[in-house]
Design a protein around this ligand. Structure first.
Ligand code: HEC
Ligand code: HEC
Length: 312
């Protein structure tokens, strides 16, 4: 009896010591500043699995807002991508770059990008890091280059300290600057709209919103696929050019619309757009009441928290 009891004691002690050691090991290896992206279950697993830390994303956010990135230090990423416009360029058909010249396209909203496979209207990039390099090098955007940015960041008292701490290095590299910006872009996620709350059973749609949702499912959802309302598969325009269907989340805030900013408001867009890419010869334009219903459905995709600069 005594023997078996002490045997048990040995097993329990070994087990306890092992648990403590494991917990300690976990403490040493875990990074407690890691951000787990919060999203409702209907969003599923992100395509982009890059990691995000509190320090990385906050450094990325500072860089995103800093004109230091542009050649003449006049404009930042945020000059063309404003939070209150769902990170599009509010009211601008085209944006003005570092040289004072217009961009070749309308600046798109930046939303839920870790669930996207392709970027830019023509889908020519498939990683966030490529979109950042594109903005840096494009002579109509930041008109800069990564070596110049590294030089400036290395001389900057705050950035140089933060990067050295974040990447545990004395040697500042371009990839680190780009990584911090990519970490920030991974946090630009919008999933707290009336639509999401309706899916979660927290609110009900009005009759008008329901009607709009039905029309949307019949005529729009094949390209603007819920729950993101973007598509990872390109459509082809009348000239057979590849074109991606952009996200419609927070759409009321990101006018003007389309890759060339050709529509100033949703009303004019909804009058012409249904026929633009349709392969169905029977396709008709939407009636006034259909347009109104779709309008109210699209309003349910607004996430006030996402658009609020004080929320980040
Ligand atoms: C002068 C305006 C301007 C500046 C500055 C700018 N952008 Fe953009 N951005 C654009 C335009 C225009 C596009 C669309 C380009 C295209 O489709 O070819 C774009 C597209 C993007 C996209 C692709 C989004 C998608 O879903 O396809 C990302 C991401 C992006 N920009 C991030 C950034 C970042 C990060 C910076 C700063 C490092 C930045 N932009 C600076 C105008 C700008
Ligand atoms: C065959 C695919 C397809 C269908 C169906 C479709 N769209 Fe689109 N939609 C697109 C593409 C592609 C674009 C981008 C066009 C461009 O940039 O020139 C777009 C752009 C938009 C935009 C502007 C987004 C922005 O940020 O600029 C809105 C709003 C929109 N669509 C709403 C709708 C609605 C509402 C319906 C249904 C009545 C619909 N779409 C049906 C492919 C489609």
């Amino acid at each position: 009896m005594r023997k078996s009891n002490s045997g048990k004691l040995v097993i329990i002690s070994v087990f306890s010591v092992a648990t403590v050691l494991m917990a300690f090991y976990y403490f040493l290896t875990s990074n407690d500043s890691q951000i787990n992206i919060q999203a409702p279950a209907h969003f599923g697993v992100p395509v982009d699995k890059g990691s995000v830390t509190v320090q990385g994303a906050s450094l990325g956010r500072m860089l995103f807002n800093d004109p230091l990135l542009s050649k003449h230090q006049k404009i930042s990423c945020a000059s063309c991508h404003q939070q209150t416009a769902s990170y599009a360029d509010q009211g601008k058909r085209l944006s003005i770059g570092d040289r004072g010249l217009p961009t070749h396209r309308n600046a798109p909203a930046l939303v839920n990008m870790i669930w996207k496979n392709y970027f830019f209207a023509d889908g020519r990039a498939n990683r966030l890091e490529e979109t950042i390099l594109n903005a840096i090098n494009d002579t109509l955007e930041l008109n800069s280059n990564i070596d110049l940015i590294v030089q400036r960041v290395a001389q900057h008292p705050i950035y140089s300290k933060k990067i050295k701490a974040l990447f545990q290095t004395q040697d500042i590299k371009g990839e680190q600057v780009i990584d911090a910006l990519a970490q920030y872009l991974r946090t630009l996620n919008s999933s707290d709209s009336k639509y999401d709350r309706m899916l979660l059973g927290e609110v009900l749609f009005t009759d008008m919103e329901k009607k709009g949702q039905l029309i949307f499912e019949g005529q729009c959802a094949s390209c603007h696929i819920p729950p993101f309302f973007h598509s990872n598969v390109p459509t082809y325009d009348a000239q057979h050019r590849k074109i991606l269907s952009p996200s419609l989340r927070n759409i009321h805030y990101s006018a003007p619309y389309m890759h060339d900013g050709r529509f100033d408001n949703l009303d004019s867009l909804l009058r012409y757009h249904p026929l633009e890419f349709s392969k169905n010869p029977e396709q008709k334009n939407l009636s006034k009441i259909e347009i109104e219903s779709i309008h109210s459905f699209l309003k349910t995709l607004t996430d006030k928290q996402f658009l609020n600069p004080n929320s980040y």
